[in-house]
Design a binder for this molecule. Sequence first.
Ligand SMILES: C[S@@+](CC[C@H](N)C(=O)[O-])C[C@H]1O[C@@H](n2cnc3c(N)ncnc32)[C@H](O)[C@@H]1O
Length: 414
Amino acid sequence: MVLSAKTEKMLNDISKAMMDEGSVTPVGMACMAFVGANVAYRVSRTLKRDAHGGTFTDFFTGSFNLLSNKESVLSRDKVKDSIDGYENLFDGARKETGKIHSDDSIKKREKEYKTMVDSFYNLVTDFYEWGWGQSFHFAPRVKGETFIESIKRCEYYLALRAGMGPKTKAIDVGCGVGGPMRNIQQFTGSDITGVTINEYQVKVGNEYCQQKGIGEKCRLVQGDFQKLDEIFEPDTYDVAFAIEATCHSPDRVKCFSGVNKSLKKGGIFVGYDWVVLPEGGFDKNNKRHLEIKEGIEVGNGLPTLATSADVVKALEDSGFEVLEHFDANKSVHSPSQIPWYDTLNGSYTIKGFRMTRLGRICTHILVNTLEFLWIAPKGTVKVSALLNATALDLVEGGKDEIFTPSYFFMARKK
Ligand SMILES: C[S@@+](CC[C@H](N)C(=O)[O-])C[C@H]1O[C@@H](n2cnc3c(N)ncnc32)[C@H](O)[C@@H]1O
Protein backbone atom coordinates (compact mmCIF):
# COMPACT_ATOMS: atom_id res chain seq x y z
CA MET A 1 0.00 0.00 0.00
CA VAL A 2 1.48 3.34 -1.01
CA LEU A 3 -0.47 6.45 -0.09
CA SER A 4 -0.50 9.75 -1.91
CA ALA A 5 1.59 12.54 -0.39
CA LYS A 6 -1.66 14.34 0.55
CA THR A 7 -3.10 11.36 2.46
CA GLU A 8 0.25 10.74 4.10
CA LYS A 9 0.40 14.37 5.25
CA MET A 10 -3.15 14.12 6.58
CA LEU A 11 -2.28 11.00 8.64
CA ASN A 12 0.81 12.72 9.99
CA ASP A 13 -1.24 15.78 10.96
CA ILE A 14 -3.85 13.63 12.72
CA SER A 15 -1.20 11.73 14.63
CA LYS A 16 0.57 14.97 15.56
CA ALA A 17 -2.70 16.37 16.86
CA MET A 18 -3.28 13.16 18.84
CA MET A 19 0.11 13.51 20.48
CA ASP A 20 -0.17 17.24 21.08
CA GLU A 21 -3.69 17.29 22.51
CA GLY A 22 -3.50 14.14 24.56
CA SER A 23 -6.40 12.54 22.69
CA VAL A 24 -4.27 9.44 22.55
CA THR A 25 -6.30 8.09 25.46
CA PRO A 26 -9.48 7.04 23.57
CA VAL A 27 -7.36 5.59 20.81
CA GLY A 28 -5.33 3.89 23.51
CA MET A 29 -8.50 2.40 24.98
CA ALA A 30 -9.48 0.99 21.60
CA CYS A 31 -6.03 -0.47 21.19
CA MET A 32 -6.19 -1.93 24.68
CA ALA A 33 -9.40 -3.74 23.80
CA PHE A 34 -7.80 -5.11 20.67
CA VAL A 35 -4.68 -6.08 22.56
CA GLY A 36 -6.63 -7.71 25.38
CA ALA A 37 -8.50 -9.91 22.93
CA ASN A 38 -5.30 -11.06 21.34
CA VAL A 39 -2.99 -11.34 24.29
CA ALA A 40 -4.09 -14.69 25.68
CA TYR A 41 -3.64 -16.34 22.31
CA ARG A 42 -0.40 -14.60 21.34
CA VAL A 43 1.43 -14.81 24.61
CA SER A 44 1.19 -18.58 24.70
CA ARG A 45 3.16 -18.77 21.44
CA THR A 46 6.91 -18.97 21.52
CA LEU A 47 8.98 -16.85 19.20
CA LYS A 48 9.90 -18.61 15.97
CA ARG A 49 13.17 -17.25 14.63
CA ASP A 50 13.45 -17.00 10.87
CA ALA A 51 16.81 -16.24 9.27
CA HIS A 52 15.00 -15.29 6.06
CA GLY A 53 13.51 -12.18 7.62
CA GLY A 54 10.23 -13.48 9.00
CA THR A 55 10.85 -13.24 12.75
CA PHE A 56 8.97 -10.00 13.27
CA THR A 57 7.26 -9.62 9.90
CA ASP A 58 3.93 -7.93 10.47
CA PHE A 59 3.23 -5.04 12.80
CA PHE A 60 0.98 -6.66 15.40
CA THR A 61 2.26 -10.26 15.47
CA GLY A 62 5.80 -8.91 15.33
CA SER A 63 5.15 -6.51 18.20
CA PHE A 64 3.73 -9.26 20.41
CA ASN A 65 6.69 -11.47 19.64
CA LEU A 66 9.04 -8.62 20.34
CA LEU A 67 7.53 -7.57 23.63
CA SER A 68 6.82 -10.97 25.14
CA ASN A 69 9.99 -12.69 23.93
CA LYS A 70 11.07 -15.24 26.50
CA GLU A 71 14.38 -16.00 24.80
CA SER A 72 16.18 -12.85 25.95
CA VAL A 73 19.27 -13.47 28.08
CA LEU A 74 18.16 -10.55 30.22
CA SER A 75 15.63 -11.86 32.72
CA ARG A 76 12.35 -9.94 32.80
CA ASP A 77 12.92 -8.49 36.24
CA LYS A 78 16.30 -7.09 35.15
CA VAL A 79 15.02 -4.93 32.26
CA LYS A 80 14.04 -2.02 34.48
CA ASP A 81 17.33 -2.08 36.43
CA SER A 82 19.22 -2.31 33.18
CA ILE A 83 17.56 0.69 31.52
CA ASP A 84 17.85 2.69 34.77
CA GLY A 85 21.57 1.84 35.02
CA TYR A 86 22.04 2.74 31.37
CA GLU A 87 20.27 6.09 31.76
CA ASN A 88 22.38 6.83 34.80
CA LEU A 89 25.48 6.79 32.58
CA PHE A 90 23.89 9.62 30.59
CA ASP A 91 22.70 11.59 33.60
CA GLY A 92 21.32 14.96 32.51
CA ALA A 93 20.94 14.04 28.85
CA ARG A 94 18.09 15.85 27.07
CA LYS A 95 17.57 17.96 30.21
CA GLU A 96 20.63 20.16 30.23
CA THR A 97 22.55 20.70 27.00
CA GLY A 98 26.25 19.99 27.40
CA LYS A 99 25.80 17.89 30.56
CA ILE A 100 26.90 14.61 28.96
CA HIS A 101 29.63 16.45 27.07
CA SER A 102 31.65 17.11 30.23
CA ASP A 103 34.93 15.22 30.69
CA ASP A 104 33.55 13.45 33.77
CA SER A 105 30.46 12.24 31.98
CA ILE A 106 32.44 10.95 28.97
CA LYS A 107 35.07 9.32 31.20
CA LYS A 108 32.34 7.54 33.19
CA ARG A 109 30.98 5.99 29.99
CA GLU A 110 34.44 5.13 28.67
CA LYS A 111 35.16 3.30 31.92
CA GLU A 112 31.80 1.54 31.97
CA TYR A 113 31.69 0.83 28.22
CA LYS A 114 31.16 -2.91 28.60
CA THR A 115 28.14 -2.57 30.87
CA MET A 116 26.82 0.32 28.81
CA VAL A 117 27.02 -1.45 25.43
CA ASP A 118 25.96 -4.85 26.69
CA SER A 119 22.94 -3.42 28.56
CA PHE A 120 22.04 -1.33 25.55
CA TYR A 121 22.05 -4.30 23.15
CA ASN A 122 20.26 -6.57 25.63
CA LEU A 123 17.51 -3.97 25.60
CA VAL A 124 17.38 -3.02 21.92
CA THR A 125 18.46 -6.01 19.81
CA ASP A 126 14.92 -7.27 19.22
CA PHE A 127 13.64 -3.72 18.67
CA TYR A 128 16.30 -3.24 15.99
CA GLU A 129 15.47 -6.49 14.24
CA TRP A 130 11.76 -5.71 14.45
CA GLY A 131 12.09 -2.19 13.03
CA TRP A 132 15.05 -2.54 10.69
CA GLY A 133 16.06 -6.12 9.88
CA GLN A 134 19.12 -8.24 10.64
CA SER A 135 21.64 -5.64 9.43
CA PHE A 136 21.82 -2.95 12.09
CA HIS A 137 23.16 -0.15 9.93
CA PHE A 138 22.20 2.69 7.60
CA ALA A 139 23.12 2.91 3.93
CA PRO A 140 23.35 5.48 1.15
CA ARG A 141 20.39 4.83 -1.12
CA VAL A 142 19.83 5.83 -4.72
CA LYS A 143 16.39 6.46 -6.20
CA GLY A 144 14.82 3.28 -7.56
CA GLU A 145 16.59 1.15 -4.99
CA THR A 146 14.67 -0.64 -2.22
CA PHE A 147 15.77 -0.29 1.39
CA ILE A 148 17.12 -3.87 1.45
CA GLU A 149 18.95 -3.41 -1.86
CA SER A 150 20.68 -0.34 -0.44
CA ILE A 151 21.67 -2.19 2.74
CA LYS A 152 23.17 -5.06 0.74
CA ARG A 153 24.91 -2.76 -1.75
CA CYS A 154 26.59 -0.96 1.12
CA GLU A 155 27.82 -4.31 2.53
CA TYR A 156 28.92 -5.68 -0.86
CA TYR A 157 30.84 -2.45 -1.46
CA LEU A 158 33.05 -3.25 1.53
CA ALA A 159 33.60 -6.79 0.27
CA LEU A 160 34.51 -5.46 -3.18
CA ARG A 161 36.95 -2.84 -1.86
CA ALA A 162 38.59 -5.37 0.46
CA GLY A 163 38.91 -7.83 -2.42
CA MET A 164 37.09 -10.64 -0.62
CA GLY A 165 36.62 -14.02 -2.27
CA PRO A 166 36.21 -17.71 -1.42
CA LYS A 167 39.73 -17.95 0.01
CA THR A 168 39.46 -14.89 2.26
CA LYS A 169 39.47 -15.29 6.04
CA ALA A 170 37.76 -12.27 7.58
CA ILE A 171 36.68 -10.77 10.88
CA ASP A 172 33.52 -8.71 11.40
CA VAL A 173 34.30 -6.29 14.24
CA GLY A 174 31.07 -5.64 16.18
CA CYS A 175 28.80 -7.91 14.17
CA GLY A 176 25.32 -7.43 15.71
CA VAL A 177 23.16 -10.48 14.96
CA GLY A 178 25.32 -11.07 11.87
CA GLY A 179 23.08 -9.77 9.07
CA PRO A 180 25.99 -8.15 7.14
CA MET A 181 28.38 -11.07 7.61
CA ARG A 182 25.84 -13.57 6.30
CA ASN A 183 25.11 -11.40 3.26
CA ILE A 184 28.82 -10.93 2.60
CA GLN A 185 29.52 -14.63 3.10
CA GLN A 186 26.83 -15.57 0.58
CA PHE A 187 28.12 -12.93 -1.84
CA THR A 188 31.83 -13.80 -1.63
CA GLY A 189 32.12 -17.35 -0.26
CA SER A 190 34.59 -16.06 2.36
CA ASP A 191 35.10 -17.52 5.83
CA ILE A 192 33.91 -14.93 8.38
CA THR A 193 34.05 -14.77 12.16
CA GLY A 194 32.01 -12.03 13.77
CA VAL A 195 32.65 -10.70 17.24
CA THR A 196 30.13 -8.96 19.47
CA ILE A 197 30.17 -8.23 23.17
CA ASN A 198 26.55 -9.27 23.50
CA GLU A 199 25.67 -12.88 24.35
CA TYR A 200 22.10 -12.62 23.06
CA GLN A 201 23.30 -11.48 19.62
CA VAL A 202 25.69 -14.46 19.44
CA LYS A 203 22.84 -16.84 20.25
CA VAL A 204 20.44 -15.35 17.70
CA GLY A 205 23.12 -14.87 15.01
CA ASN A 206 24.47 -18.39 15.18
CA GLU A 207 20.94 -19.79 14.95
CA TYR A 208 20.45 -17.75 11.75
CA CYS A 209 23.81 -18.94 10.29
CA GLN A 210 22.69 -22.55 10.85
CA GLN A 211 19.24 -21.92 9.36
CA LYS A 212 20.87 -20.45 6.26
CA GLY A 213 23.12 -23.50 5.92
CA ILE A 214 26.33 -21.43 6.14
CA GLY A 215 27.30 -22.31 9.72
CA GLU A 216 30.55 -23.92 8.53
CA LYS A 217 31.86 -20.67 7.06
CA CYS A 218 30.17 -18.06 9.20
CA ARG A 219 29.99 -17.85 12.97
CA LEU A 220 29.62 -15.34 15.81
CA VAL A 221 31.73 -15.33 18.96
CA GLN A 222 31.26 -13.33 22.12
CA GLY A 223 34.14 -11.02 22.96
CA ASP A 224 35.29 -7.48 23.54
CA PHE A 225 36.71 -5.73 20.46
CA GLN A 226 38.91 -3.71 22.79
CA LYS A 227 40.79 -6.96 23.46
CA LEU A 228 40.86 -8.67 20.07
CA ASP A 229 44.31 -10.12 20.78
CA GLU A 230 42.62 -12.35 23.38
CA ILE A 231 40.26 -13.73 20.73
CA PHE A 232 42.23 -14.01 17.47
CA GLU A 233 45.66 -15.44 16.63
CA PRO A 234 48.08 -12.76 15.39
CA ASP A 235 48.88 -12.36 11.64
CA THR A 236 46.06 -14.70 10.62
CA TYR A 237 43.32 -12.82 8.79
CA ASP A 238 43.23 -11.30 5.29
CA VAL A 239 40.45 -8.80 5.91
CA ALA A 240 38.59 -7.14 8.77
CA PHE A 241 35.46 -5.05 8.41
CA ALA A 242 33.51 -2.98 10.92
CA ILE A 243 30.08 -1.57 10.18
CA GLU A 244 28.77 1.18 12.46
CA ALA A 245 30.25 -0.54 15.50
CA THR A 246 33.49 1.17 16.50
CA CYS A 247 31.57 4.32 17.44
CA HIS A 248 30.93 2.39 20.68
CA SER A 249 34.66 2.09 21.36
CA PRO A 250 36.01 3.97 24.39
CA ASP A 251 39.46 4.01 22.72
CA ARG A 252 39.68 3.44 18.97
CA VAL A 253 43.46 3.07 18.97
CA LYS A 254 43.16 0.08 21.29
CA CYS A 255 40.41 -1.44 19.15
CA PHE A 256 42.13 -0.78 15.80
CA SER A 257 45.50 -2.01 17.15
CA GLY A 258 43.83 -5.34 17.97
CA VAL A 259 42.43 -5.48 14.43
CA ASN A 260 45.88 -4.68 13.06
CA LYS A 261 47.52 -7.44 15.10
CA SER A 262 45.07 -10.11 13.91
CA LEU A 263 45.59 -9.21 10.21
CA LYS A 264 48.38 -10.59 8.02
CA LYS A 265 50.90 -8.02 6.76
CA GLY A 266 49.17 -6.09 3.96
CA GLY A 267 45.75 -7.16 5.28
CA ILE A 268 42.86 -4.76 4.63
CA PHE A 269 40.57 -3.11 7.16
CA VAL A 270 37.42 -1.47 5.78
CA GLY A 271 34.35 -0.05 7.41
CA TYR A 272 31.82 2.65 8.09
CA ASP A 273 31.93 4.71 11.26
CA TRP A 274 29.56 7.20 12.90
CA VAL A 275 31.05 10.69 13.08
CA VAL A 276 30.09 14.34 13.44
CA LEU A 277 31.22 16.46 10.52
CA PRO A 278 32.99 19.77 11.27
CA GLU A 279 33.68 19.79 7.51
CA GLY A 280 29.88 19.86 7.02
CA GLY A 281 29.42 22.66 9.55
CA PHE A 282 29.19 20.80 12.87
CA ASP A 283 30.09 23.28 15.60
CA LYS A 284 30.39 22.04 19.18
CA ASN A 285 29.64 25.54 20.45
CA ASN A 286 26.31 25.59 18.65
CA LYS A 287 23.60 24.60 21.16
CA ARG A 288 21.38 22.90 18.62
CA HIS A 289 24.29 20.88 17.19
CA LEU A 290 25.25 19.79 20.68
CA GLU A 291 21.66 18.77 21.46
CA ILE A 292 21.56 16.62 18.32
CA LYS A 293 24.96 15.08 19.09
CA GLU A 294 24.01 14.29 22.69
CA GLY A 295 20.63 12.90 21.62
CA ILE A 296 22.42 10.51 19.24
CA GLU A 297 24.85 9.47 21.98
CA VAL A 298 22.25 8.76 24.66
CA GLY A 299 19.99 6.90 22.25
CA ASN A 300 22.72 4.65 20.87
CA GLY A 301 25.06 3.73 23.72
CA LEU A 302 27.99 5.89 22.64
CA PRO A 303 30.70 7.27 24.97
CA THR A 304 31.01 10.33 22.69
CA LEU A 305 30.91 10.87 18.93
CA ALA A 306 34.25 11.35 17.16
CA THR A 307 35.07 13.42 14.07
CA SER A 308 36.24 11.91 10.78
CA ALA A 309 39.75 13.26 11.50
CA ASP A 310 39.75 11.38 14.84
CA VAL A 311 38.95 8.12 13.03
CA VAL A 312 41.69 8.57 10.45
CA LYS A 313 44.25 9.49 13.12
CA ALA A 314 43.28 6.47 15.22
CA LEU A 315 43.83 4.18 12.19
CA GLU A 316 47.27 5.72 11.58
CA ASP A 317 48.20 5.45 15.26
CA SER A 318 47.26 1.76 15.18
CA GLY A 319 49.75 0.76 12.49
CA PHE A 320 47.62 1.23 9.37
CA GLU A 321 48.27 3.07 6.16
CA VAL A 322 45.00 4.85 5.40
CA LEU A 323 44.27 4.33 1.70
CA GLU A 324 40.94 6.12 1.40
CA HIS A 325 38.30 7.80 3.52
CA PHE A 326 35.15 9.76 2.74
CA ASP A 327 31.55 10.24 3.78
CA ALA A 328 29.55 7.68 1.81
CA ASN A 329 26.55 10.01 2.32
CA LYS A 330 28.25 13.04 0.83
CA SER A 331 25.58 13.25 -1.90
CA VAL A 332 22.75 12.69 0.57
CA HIS A 333 20.67 15.58 -0.76
CA SER A 334 21.38 15.20 -4.46
CA PRO A 335 18.29 14.58 -6.65
CA SER A 336 19.42 11.01 -7.37
CA GLN A 337 19.44 9.94 -3.70
CA ILE A 338 16.98 8.94 -1.02
CA PRO A 339 18.56 10.25 2.21
CA TRP A 340 19.94 7.56 4.54
CA TYR A 341 17.65 8.82 7.33
CA ASP A 342 14.49 8.62 5.22
CA THR A 343 13.52 5.18 6.52
CA LEU A 344 13.44 6.64 10.05
CA ASN A 345 10.67 8.96 8.86
CA GLY A 346 8.61 5.92 7.87
CA SER A 347 6.09 5.53 5.06
CA TYR A 348 2.55 4.30 4.83
CA THR A 349 3.49 0.86 3.54
CA ILE A 350 3.21 -2.45 5.39
CA LYS A 351 6.87 -2.42 6.37
CA GLY A 352 7.32 1.34 6.69
CA PHE A 353 4.26 2.03 8.85
CA ARG A 354 5.95 1.27 12.18
CA MET A 355 8.42 4.15 11.57
CA THR A 356 5.80 6.80 10.78
CA ARG A 357 4.64 9.21 13.46
CA LEU A 358 1.32 7.32 13.63
CA GLY A 359 3.17 3.99 13.72
CA ARG A 360 5.30 5.26 16.60
CA ILE A 361 2.18 6.31 18.49
CA CYS A 362 0.67 2.85 17.94
CA THR A 363 3.87 1.22 19.13
CA HIS A 364 3.98 3.50 22.14
CA ILE A 365 0.39 2.62 23.10
CA LEU A 366 1.04 -1.06 22.52
CA VAL A 367 4.20 -1.04 24.60
CA ASN A 368 2.44 0.86 27.41
CA THR A 369 -0.44 -1.58 27.34
CA LEU A 370 1.73 -4.66 27.35
CA GLU A 371 3.90 -3.31 30.14
CA PHE A 372 0.75 -2.41 32.11
CA LEU A 373 -0.55 -5.97 31.62
CA TRP A 374 2.83 -7.36 32.74
CA ILE A 375 3.36 -9.04 29.38
CA ALA A 376 6.26 -6.80 28.42
CA PRO A 377 8.82 -6.44 31.22
CA LYS A 378 8.84 -3.25 33.31
CA GLY A 379 11.19 -0.74 31.67
CA THR A 380 10.17 -1.57 28.08
CA VAL A 381 8.33 1.74 27.69
CA LYS A 382 11.53 3.62 28.54
CA VAL A 383 13.49 1.64 25.94
CA SER A 384 10.88 2.32 23.28
CA ALA A 385 10.82 6.05 24.17
CA LEU A 386 14.63 6.20 24.06
CA LEU A 387 14.70 4.78 20.53
CA ASN A 388 11.86 6.99 19.30
CA ALA A 389 13.61 10.12 20.58
CA THR A 390 16.97 9.29 19.06
CA ALA A 391 15.40 8.55 15.68
CA LEU A 392 14.43 12.23 15.52
CA ASP A 393 17.98 13.33 16.43
CA LEU A 394 19.44 11.14 13.70
CA VAL A 395 17.05 12.65 11.17
CA GLU A 396 17.97 16.19 12.27
CA GLY A 397 21.71 15.40 12.13
CA GLY A 398 21.26 13.97 8.64
CA LYS A 399 19.14 16.85 7.36
CA ASP A 400 21.73 19.39 8.54
CA GLU A 401 24.60 17.21 7.22
CA ILE A 402 26.45 17.60 10.53
CA PHE A 403 26.42 13.85 11.17
CA THR A 404 26.94 10.73 9.10
CA PRO A 405 26.64 7.07 10.10
CA SER A 406 28.62 6.00 7.01
CA TYR A 407 32.12 7.47 7.15
CA PHE A 408 33.93 5.00 4.87
CA PHE A 409 37.55 4.06 5.50
CA MET A 410 39.95 1.63 3.89
CA ALA A 411 43.33 0.94 5.49
CA ARG A 412 46.20 -1.51 5.00
CA LYS A 413 48.33 -3.14 7.69
CA LYS A 414 51.89 -1.87 7.25
C1 LIG B 1 25.04 -0.80 15.56
S1 LIG B 1 25.54 -2.43 15.88
C2 LIG B 1 26.16 -2.87 14.28
C3 LIG B 1 26.19 -4.34 14.11
C4 LIG B 1 26.60 -4.85 12.74
N1 LIG B 1 27.87 -4.35 12.33
C5 LIG B 1 25.54 -4.55 11.72
O1 LIG B 1 25.76 -3.63 10.92
O2 LIG B 1 24.50 -5.21 11.73
C6 LIG B 1 27.03 -2.31 16.85
C7 LIG B 1 27.62 -3.63 17.30
O3 LIG B 1 28.87 -3.40 17.95
C8 LIG B 1 28.98 -4.28 19.04
N2 LIG B 1 29.94 -3.76 20.03
C9 LIG B 1 29.95 -2.56 20.61
N3 LIG B 1 30.98 -2.47 21.49
C10 LIG B 1 31.62 -3.65 21.45
C11 LIG B 1 32.77 -4.17 22.10
N4 LIG B 1 33.46 -3.48 23.00
N5 LIG B 1 33.18 -5.42 21.77
C12 LIG B 1 32.48 -6.15 20.87
N6 LIG B 1 31.38 -5.72 20.23
C13 LIG B 1 30.96 -4.48 20.51
C14 LIG B 1 27.57 -4.36 19.58
O4 LIG B 1 27.40 -5.47 20.42
C15 LIG B 1 26.79 -4.44 18.27
O5 LIG B 1 26.76 -5.76 17.86
